[in-house]
Design a protein around this ligand. Structure first.
Ligand code: ADP
Length: 513
């Protein structure tokens, strides 16, 4: 019993002893705990402090703790600030880079606590520090990782944007890409290329045989020969060929490719694009047709001019005065035909050079259309032209050019309604615009061709089959003139029933171009 109480007594003494406090401080191995006097000079030093800062107690006793700060921090007065800040109500955490014995830096977090005597006067400070370098590094690494991740995200976003742009460019340029892995005998079509071939995305099975199946029968032989040449020798040539879409329509493609070789210099991969060049091909074809038609159309009046000039010479020689007049009239009408053709060609080149000039003026609609109708009677009496004027008084525009449009519409109406005998012209007013329409009861225009008749050189199959003469330029020129007046030339038409062409034009200043 006695022994036990003695033991307790000993324990209590121990807990009150200096030795106890020293051991307590030293047990906090992960913490540097040291005390400072009012000026910041080291008074006590624990094992943790030795471990973290590297100094033995005797090396630091009496020295200012500013020695653990970097020279920059010291210059900024941070050591003093830490001591003063410890007196604040909300004591801040001190953190930053500090210096170990030997100069090695470490990242620390810690606190300074003021140390008071019994009267409450601050007589020194206790400083507690932890070495948080590893944690800081980890945080830095995490920060870096985060930054890298953010950069990767941004790069991916950019990539996606670039891909979007590429997709858009491909779509707009009607381009699709293919990759042919020769050794694996596999062909990959991008969705854009599948679309150009009239397929759903992912529908292309990836074999050469399947590709060949879509090539127009007349072009298979040289398509095959060119691709085999690229596959075997690496020689890649541009290639123009036709494909047949699932709906039976035919399109023109231009293929451009690059061949990649392995270390044995054997081609192993072909990457290429197919560009849909149907529009260009159609235009080229239309131009060829036009040159054919134009030379034919030019030759006819020129031949008759030559013939009738000879006839006139003979008629004059023979004194057949009455017949001379008839021949001269034929010469006049053929010359007019020639002039129209040459004028049309000139207009087209002006439009294309952006040099079609307009001279705007305000003029009386009724008088103007009456004059045009009168003029048409000179070249055709086959149709009666019925004019139904609306409440349109004055219109604003280039009188000559608007006249040319109406004239063209009337002559087309006559030309393309050989079995009908009347044409209707109507004017009406809607707001600030006058509407002018020309209606015929002729062959009409199939729906699928209605969008194309305003293109250069375009002529409907029906017009060509029926051998109705024309160059396919009048509507192109007319629609351009109307467009330059701020309107649009349009058509409503039913095959075998007839067509109505109409457009609007400004009634007042400031509404046209
Ligand atoms: P063209 O000199 O061939 O008549 P246009 O440019 O005036 O040239 O017309 C283009 C094509 O539009 C014509 O070839 C014809 O096929 C069609 N077209 C124009 N007007 C009519 C119409 N009133 N009725 C039917 N087809 C027409």
């Amino acid at each position: 019993m006695k022994k036990k109480s003695q033991h307790l007594q000993l324990n209590n003494d121990f807990f009150q002893s200096n030795d106890f406090y020293k051991r307590l401080m030293d047990s906090l191995e992960e913490y540097a705990v040291f005390t400072l006097d009012q000026k910041g000079r080291v008074k006590t030093w624990n094992t943790g402090a030795k471990k973290i800062l590297g100094y033995e107690e005797k090396e630091v006793l009496g020295k200012n703790y500013a020695m653990f700060f970097t020279p920059q921090e010291d210059k900024l007065g941070t050591p003093k600030k830490e001591l003063i800040n410890s007196l604040m109500k909300n004591r801040p955490i001190n953190e930053g880079w500090r210096v170990k014995k030997g100069g090695e830096k470490f990242w620390t977090t810690g606190f300074v606590f003021p140390f008071k005597n019994a009267k409450g006067t601050v007589i020194g400070y206790t400083k507690i520090m932890r070495d948080r370098t590893e944690r800081q590094r980890l945080q830095d690494n995490q920060k870096q990782l985060l930054e890298i991740e953010q950069r990767a995200h941004a790069a991916t976003r950019n990539l996606l944007k670039n891909e979007e742009r590429l997709n858009l460019a491909q779509k707009a340029g009607r381009i699709g890409t293919f990759e042919w892995l020769i050794k694996d005998n596999e062909i990959i079509f991008t969705p854009e290329l599948e679309a150009l071939y009239g397929m759903q995305p992912g529908a292309f099975k990836g074999t050469y045989g399947e590709w060949i199946k879509r090539i127009h029968t007349d072009d298979v032989a040289f398509f095959d020969a060119t691709l085999k040449l690229a596959q075997n020798t690496g020689e890649s040539n541009d290639l123009e060929f036709r494909i047949t879409l699932p709906d039976g329509s035919v399109r023109w493609m231009l293929s451009k490719s690059d061949v990649y070789f392995d270390e044995k210099k054997k081609p192993f991969r072909i990457i290429g694009v197919n560009i849909d060049i149907t529009d260009r091909k159609n235009l080229e074809h239309q131009k060829d047709v036009f040159i054919g038609i134009a030379s034919h159309e030019l030759r006819t009046p020129v031949t008759s001019l030559k013939l009738f000039s000879n006839i006139i010479i003979n008629q004059v020689r023979l004194g057949q005065k009455d017949q001379v007049l008839e021949s001269a009239q034929i010469i006049k009408s053929q010359t007019n035909r020639l002039m129209r053709l040459v004028d049309d060609l000139l207009d087209v080149s002006k439009i294309q050079a952006g040099k079609l000039e307009l001279n705007h003026q305000l003029f009386d609609a009724r008088e103007f259309i009456d004059a045009i109708i009168l003029e048409t009677k000179h070249f055709s009496q086959s149709h009666k032209i019925i004019y139904k004027p609306g409440n349109v008084e004055k219109i604003l525009g280039d009188k000559e050019r608007i006249g040319q449009v109406i004239m063209n519409l009337i002559s087309n109406a006559i030309k393309y309604s050989p079995r009908a005998d009347s044409i209707v012209i109507k004017t009406s007013k809607k707001g600030e615009r006058a509407f002018i329409e020309v209606q015929d009861f002729g062959i009409g225009i199939p729906k699928e061709e209605q969008g194309k008749i305003f293109d250069r050189f375009f002529r409907t199959t029906d017009a060509k089959d029926k051998n109705i003469s024309g160059f396919g330029l009048g509507l192109f020129i007319s629609s351009e003139i109307v467009r330059r007046h701020g309107g649009e030339l349009r058509v409503k038409s039913t095959p075998s029933k007839g067509s109505t062409f109409y457009f609007s034009i400004s009634l007042k200043q400031g509404h046209s171009e």
